[in-house]
Design a protein around this ligand. Structure first.
Ligand code: CAA
Length: 397
């Protein structure tokens, strides 16, 4: 048997009573508090602050963070289960949950000093403040190591002065605290990148224009512009020059979250399609009796379940890596690649099954379809995931 076949056999995640209680709590909250406002916030494009704050009080903004640091003290399986339930109700909410948990909090947990955790992790994991992750720049998305922004050490060595422009920052318009990746020594390429902990209330940081987006419209996205922003050396995260590896390692965790988000969107669309296929009448019967609809149902269901297994495989790999110190890059990329492409496939087929009704804004199908599209782009496009998987398989890095 190959290693991956052995991994598949060994993937034995167990749902504890705590996980089950979490799922029923999040499912109820998503149904009662998120789903009823999803359409309204999609339409207005406003940030759903009230429900996000409520989720913070429920421990959902720092699920894997120990209680001592303001979080819920649960595991990656709990995080993934939460993401699926929230995304089923509204993808925008799940984007905000995802960045807060698996990009921002994860980075602090993995690389923060005790002092940094007290100042930057506790307020975000507890949901009191909102966190963001800032890597992309206007001229570089997929090629993340190519950065024009700069941090220059002051002559007295007490602080850095940052100048430059970051783009596509999820929660950028509202985030209180951010992790910023910027160049401290351009001559060293990706080894000249450093991660900084940023307080967005300080002078020198401006929030740029809010992006008008096709989907996840309630998840606010903007540019962040730094003009002589001063950050103390105590806010360097994980050591000078280690920023690129930190960014990549954190994205491994983030990609599992996006895979779970994609699964949640796909499940919502699938359940709507199944219901419609059972009830919609045409040519003298329910449309579900026709083989062309049945083929769609079979393919949607199979891809959804395959996505779930790849996500659970990645969760297992991440838990193992935590114990052994290894990596789970390939597993995370495979889960993100397959689940995001499944979300596009399923939302498209579900809309097709609904016909004209699916295209109408009177049903949520068109929102699922628009929201699914970003999962193939952010936190690494499908093309980047394929590149990561293939390079690892070929031993090219
Ligand atoms: N974990 C740890 N280290 C890693 C790593 C990982 N997952 N991936 C790479 N590295 C290390 C490599 O081992 C290498 O180290 P050495 O030099 O010591 O050998 C170093 O990092 C450089 O790696 P590469 O040579 O592979 O780097 P590259 O320049 O070729 O780029 C890439 C690799 C995979 C294409 C990377 O640039 C990438 O992932 N791009 C996509 C970026 C992305 O996902 N952006 C989304 C931003 S977040 C977002 O979407 C917005 C939001 O708010 C949600």
């Amino acid at each position: 048997m190959t290693d991956s076949a052995l991994n598949a056999v060994q993937t034995v995640l167990t749902m504890s009573e705590e996980h089950e209680a979490l799922v029923s709590m999040v499912r109820r909250f998503a149904k009662e508090r998120i789903a009823p406002v999803a359409e309204e916030f999609d339409h207005s494009g406003e940030f759903p602050l009230a429900t996000i704050k409520e989720m913070g009080r429920m421990g959902l903004m720092g699920i894997e963070v120990p209680e001592a640091y303001g979080g819920a003290g649960m595991d990656t399986l709990a995080y993934v289960l939460t993401m699926v339930e929230v995304a089923k109700a509204d993808a925008s909410h799940s984007t905000i949950v995802s960045v807060n948990n698996s990009l921002y909090c994860h980075a602090l947990m993995a690389f923060g000093t005790e002092d940094q955790k007290q100042r930057f992790l506790v307020p975000v994991a507890s949901g009191e403040k909102i966190g963001a992750y800032s890597l992309t720049e206007p001229q570089s998305g997929s090629d993340a190591a190519t950065m024009a922004s700069r941090a220059v050490l002051s002559e007295d060595g007490t602080h850095y002065v940052i100048n430059g422009r970051k783009s596509w920052v999820t929660s950028g318009p509202v985030a209180d605290l951010m992790i910023l990746f910027t160049m401290t020594d351009a001559s060293k390429g990706n080894k000249g990148i450093t991660a900084f902990l940023i307080d967005a209330s300080l002078p020198g940081l401006k929030r740029g224009k809010k992006e008008p987006k096709l989907g996840i419209r309630a998840s606010a996205t903007s540019e962040i512009v730094y003009e002589d922003y001063r950050v103390p050396v105590e806010n360097v995260l994980g050591g000078v020059g280690n920023g690129f590896k930190i960014a990549m390692q954190v994205l491994d965790a983030g990609r599992i979250g996006i895979a779970a988000q994609a699964l949640g969107i796909a499940e919502a669309a699938y359940e709507a399609a199944l219901d419609y296929a059972r009830t919609r009448q045409a040519f003298g019967g329910a449309i579900g009796q026709f083989q062309m609809i049945q083929q769609k149902i079979a393919d949607m269901k199979t891809r959804i379940e395959a996505s779930r297994l790849l996500i659970m495989n990645a969760v297992q790999a991440k838990m193992t890596a935590k114990a052994t110190g290894g990596r789970y890059t390939t597993e995370a990329s495979m889960a993100k690649l397959f689940a995001s492409e499944t979300a596009m496939f399923v939302t498209d087929e579900a809309l097709q099954i609904h016909g004209g009704m699916g295209y109408s804004k009177e049903m949520p199908l068109e929102r699922y379809y628009r929201d699914a599209r970003i999962t193939r782009i952010y936190e690494g496009t499908s093309e980047i995931q394929r590149m990561v998987i293939a390079r690892n398989e070929l031993g090219l890095r």
